[in-house]
Ligand binder design. Structure first.
Ligand SMILES: C[S@@+](CC[C@H](N)C(=O)[O-])C[C@H]1O[C@@H](n2cnc3c(N)ncnc32)[C@H](O)[C@@H]1O
Length: 261
């Protein structure tokens, strides 16, 4: 049944909420980027935002990592199709091991200029993920990531239960801001993703794909039950989307101050 889950997600334009316009808005908040920055995209999925970043930063060198090999194969095929070889390096890697693998991945010794991560840092827990980003960024480097946050203190029980298994540590915007401060980051800005970011490239194609898979697996009760449970996610968003949000956070590591003469 895991195959069916992957078959669904691998075929979607994106593997989580997001929108090209939001990637561009977050990038515009980054300060002090070099003309040819080194970029690391953590949990890139099939790379929708990676490709958009490559277009927005035409001189950047981007290393994009994901745990799931088919996503990386798809991104490599797209790199080839778009002629991005040489400046986009999709790699299968576990974020948790990046500190030890940075030279193998070709990351600069002094740290990268920009870390990007849409919908993936929560897999590590936000505090450990921010520590990892701190270790991989150069002083003055920027971090842009999205994270699911509660919008209400009293979410309906079915909504709370849905997030309990996926993201038990999910907090409010203020909690993420406090973690950024505690991690030594300077905030450059944050904003909530609009509703279109949930539907255009994610839930609408997901619903269409679920309908196709239902047809293909007609008569398979297990497959139908899994597809029912996957269909619940967008239905939950339609009913309770005011209870939570995906927030884009953009922050920066301070530069060390030069000693006074
Ligand atoms: C919600 S998806 C987001 C994908 C993509 N950034 C997007 O917005 O379309 C999260 C991604 O994180 C990846 N992931 C989860 N844990 C990971 C880890 N420890 N190291 C690398 N990637 C991981 C998953 O394989 C998945 O592709």
């Amino acid at each position: 049944m895991q195959d069916l889950f992957f078959e669904l997600f691998e075929s979607l334009p994106r593997q989580g909420p997001g929108l090209a316009a939001c990637t561009a808005r977050a990038l515009a908040l980054c300060r002090g980027l070099l003309a040819a920055p080194s970029v690391l995209d953590l949990g890139c999925g099939a790379g929708a935002q990676t490709l958009h970043l490559a277009a927005l930063l035409p001189a950047a060198h981007i290393v994009a990592v994901d745990l799931h090999p088919p996503h990386i194969q798809r991104l490599r095929a797209e790199r080839h199709r778009q002629g991005l070889g040489g400046r986009l390096e999709p790699q299968v890697a576990d974020m948790r091991r990046l500190r030890d693998e940075r030279s193998a991945l070709g990351l600069p010794d002094g740290g990268v200029d920009l870390i990007w991560s849409e919908g993936a840092l929560y897999n590590l827990g936000l505090a450990p993920a921010l520590q990892l980003c701190r270790d991989l960024l150069r002083p003055g480097g920027c971090l842009a990531f999205t994270d699911a946050v509660w919008r209400r203190d009293d979410p309906p029980p079915e909504l709370r239960a849905a997030f309990e298994s996926d993201y038990p540590g999910m907090g409010r915007v203020e909690d993420d801001l406090a973690l950024l401060r505690a991690g030594g980051f300077e905030l450059l800005g944050h904003f909530s993703l609009p509703d279109a970011a949930w539907w255009e490239d994610f839930y609408t194609p997901m619903q269409a794909r679920i309908a196709e898979l239902r047809h293909r697996h007609a008569g398979d009760a297990l497959a139908q039950a899994l597809l029912d449970s996957l269909a619940l996610e967008s239905e939950m968003h339609r009913r309770h989307g005011d209870g939570y949000a995906y927030e884009f956070f953009v922050a920066r590591l301070p530069e060390p101050h030069a000693p006074l003469a």
